[in-house]
Design a binder for this molecule. Structure first.
Ligand code: ZN
Length: 100
């Protein structure tokens, strides 16, 4: 005598798979962008974008973090200084508060 389809049929629902919790790592050659309105700054290399400068440098690959201060060339030292200013919310060259 055939059993047919009289059984319960469906199995228990599968729980949704856990999403991976690890943050996606930033690629070595990608800028790590921080918004400091009206500027967008790369935290690694110090390149930044503003309305007057445009995004020229940020279109290139990120050259990586700046070397320590005692090993910086003058240009790198300047880039470091501007990055610090930007991270403080100040204008990178004049040091003025952009909101003022
Ligand atoms: Zn960069």
């Amino acid at each position: 005598m055939p059993v047919g389809e009289g059984g319960a049929g469906r199995g228990p629902e599968q729980p949704p798979a856990d999403l991976p919790a690890d943050p996606s790592p930033v690629a070595d050659n990608a800028h790590e962008l921080v918004l400091r309105s009206p500027f967008v700054l790369c935290r690694r290399c110090g390149a930044y974008v503003s309305a007057e400068r445009g995004a020229k440098r940020l279109k290139d690959l990120c050259p990586g973090p700046l070397p320590p201060l005692d090993r910086c060339s003058p240009a790198e030292r300047e880039r470091r200084r501007r990055r610090e200013k930007l991270l403080q919310g100040l204008h990178p060259t004049s040091g003025a508060s952009p909101g003022a």
